[in-house]
Write a protein that binds this ligand. Structure first.
Ligand code: ATP
Length: 344
């Protein structure tokens, strides 16, 4: 069963198109990350889903029901905003139960649900506190609990973790994912952080300039990017101009035979070669380059190689650290089967 379907969803502000003909089917219970650079239309798309913005064209349906014209408060969706939008004059429990109380839920029932939700987000016993008495991570949990109060059929979050410091953020990414898995609620999260998307999502939707560039499982998008934009935006990618021929590519005048495992998405002629840093090997007869930087990152070693004006990034496990020094001339090879040839 398809839970959420978007058909040609478009939003124009005057002559500017912020969301441009988005069509996607999302299965029930998925955790979806909307990912893309600033201004690509992620928030606008989420607001269209929420009913906070009216589409210029297109349709949204949930469980087969067309909700395009349904007002936000009647859609049965939960929402967490980037600003959290918690009420300072209410207690934590009152904040959490707010969506229920404005729907006329009896006070006892509100209290019971608030307790239940607070324990779900690991804030047992904090219901009586005020928002200013909570840490950033705790506030985040309150906002998440409030978003879940009405048992939403769709849970929408706009950069919910962006205000947190790096450690807490990583912790909350895992927590949010576990919570979603436990509840099974279809969830759409806006983020501009690709690592966050790869950590949490079943499905990543990569957007640029209002358009969907690729939809897929995180590893699919990472391993098999649809175009150079996606390859460059998701993870670190080495992008080199090349010429695609019959069963081979030419990079900097050197012919490299393609392997059956390599993915070719370009037409013959000018193209772009994309290779991930972990798929770069240094060898005497690769493309000539000069080591420009070696950086120990603890869990990995990063080696930068300058090749004809391009900086190629290679990544190694600490045990596999190549014996190279800055300034040394090396050869760069791309592991067969990992190469992706994309349209220029
Ligand atoms: P960010 O990561 O910076 O939040 P985003 O991908 O969420 O970016 P949106 O907020 O969806 O981007 O905005 C997409 C584009 O639409 C931007 O160029 C923005 O200026 C424009 N836009 C958004 N809302 C409006 C509005 N109400 N009126 C006019 N233009 C708008």
């Amino acid at each position: 069963m398809t839970e959420l379907s978007l058909h040609g969803l478009t939003k124009r502000f005057g002559s500017f198109t912020a969301v441009d003909g988005v069509s996607i089917d999302i299965p029930d219970g998925s955790f979806v990350c909307l990912l893309g650079p600033s201004g690509c239309g992620k928030t606008t798309l989420l607001r269209l889903l929420a009913g906070l913005e009216e589409p210029s064209a297109g349709r949204i349906s949930v469980d087969g029901e067309d909700v395009t014209g349904t007002p936000a408060h009647l859609r049965g969706f939960g929402m967490v905003f980037q600003s959290l939008a918690l009420f300072p004059h209410l207690t934590v429990a009152e904040n959490v139960a707010y969506p229920l109380s404005i729907r006329g839920t009896p006070r006892d029932e509100c209290r019971r649900r608030a307790d239940e939700l607070l324990s779900l987000v690991q804030l047992e016993g904090m219901g009586g506190r005020r928002i200013h008495q909570l840490s950033g991570g705790q506030r985040q949990r309150v906002a998440i609990a409030r978003g879940l109060a009405i048992e939403p059929r769709l849970f929408l979050l706009d950069e919910p973790l962006s205000a947190l410091d790096a450690n807490l953020r990583e912790h909350m990414q895992v927590e949010l994912r576990q919570l979603q898995q436990r509840l099974g609620v279809t969830t759409v999260v806006v983020t501009h952080d690709q690592k966050e998307a790869l950590t949490m999502a079943d499905i990543v939707i990569v957007m640029d300039k209002g358009r969907v560039q690729q939809v897929g499982a995180p590893m699919e998008v990472y391993r098999d990017p649809a175009n150079a934009f996606v390859a460059g935006f998701i993870g670190t990618s080495n992008l080199l101009p090349c010429e695609l021929g019959e069963g081979e590519i030419t990079v900097s005048g050197r012919r490299i035979a393609l392997d059956p495992g390599d993915r070719v998405k370009a037409r013959p002629g000018e193209a772009v070669l994309s290779v991930r840093p972990e798929d770069i090997r240094l060898s005497a007869d690769g493309l000539p380059g000069k080591i420009s930087f070696v950086r120990d990152l603890g869990e990995s070693v990063q080696v930068l190689v300058e090749h004809e004006g391009h900086e190629i990034t290679a990544l190694y496990a600490p045990g596999a650290r190549p014996e190279v020094a800055v300034g040394e001339t090396v050869g760069v090879e791309f592991v067969p089967g990992t190469r992706v040839v994309l349209p220029a």
